[in-house]
Design a protein around this ligand. Sequence first.
Ligand code: OAD
Length: 263
Amino acid sequence: MREADRDTLTQRTAEALVQTRRAVALTGAGVSIESGIPPFRGPGGLWEKMDPMEVAHIDAFRRDPEKVWKLLIEGMQAVLSVARPNAGHVGLARLEQLGYLQSVITQNVDGLHQAAGSRDVIEFHGTFAWQRCQNCGSRCKTGQVDLSRIPPRCSCGGIYRPDCVFFGEMIPPQHLARAHQLVARCDVLLVVGTSATVQPAAMMPLLAKESGARVIEINPEPTPLTGRVSDYFIQGGAGAVFNDILVCVEDFHAPGAHRHAPR
Ligand code: OAD
């Protein structure tokens, strides 16, 4: 993508955000790559090194929780515990603060949107910040779970698992319903750092499009949405793109800027 094209799309995105005030973001692993968290697919992706059906399916966890804890969960916790928000997370939080973004629907379990200051975050695939007992269902903060024995156990004797969605499990119905509602009503859907391959998150951009929203994709690589569903494709890393979008948005937002704000 030529710089000029990217500048134009960045400007148009900022204009759309300022004009409509009803934008929602759908994010994926790509938004956290610049925080040091590897993605699932593509170069360096987790699923290149291990088979998700062996380590991230609920049946695999039920069959051998110790194996899933040792192969997947412990490693992910170690990476997540030191990760900090990057400019992509911060940009989305700032847009919410300015009143130009309603909510973030994230497929990520890392909590970095909230750490950056986003307040309305739907954790579509749950979170690693909490553990849930497989037996009694009680929840406990991950930092308070005794990890000296793997798999860790609840006081009832049941095994703890991250409060996330494994393959083979349903998205929590309240999250699915709220995400549907937001996406069906938004004017702009920012689709950031997702390969858009895992359902039902991957159908959100289609739903937005069918409901009349502008779909704006931010990703260094094209995805199945690019050129089909996305109205704009801004090619680049989330951090740099959001820095640019914020410069334009803050420009419109500044006192007196209404004279120049797009109509
Ligand atoms: P993927 O790993 O499938 O895709 C990551 C996307 O991030 C790719 O499209 C990359 O091109 C893009 N990317 C790379 N660097 C980036 C950067 N600096 N800025 C922005 N984007 C960048 O991740 P997801 O689409 O989130 O589910 O994967 C969806 C689900 O698959 C995950 O939630 C997880 C996984 O299996 C479960 O575990 C249930």
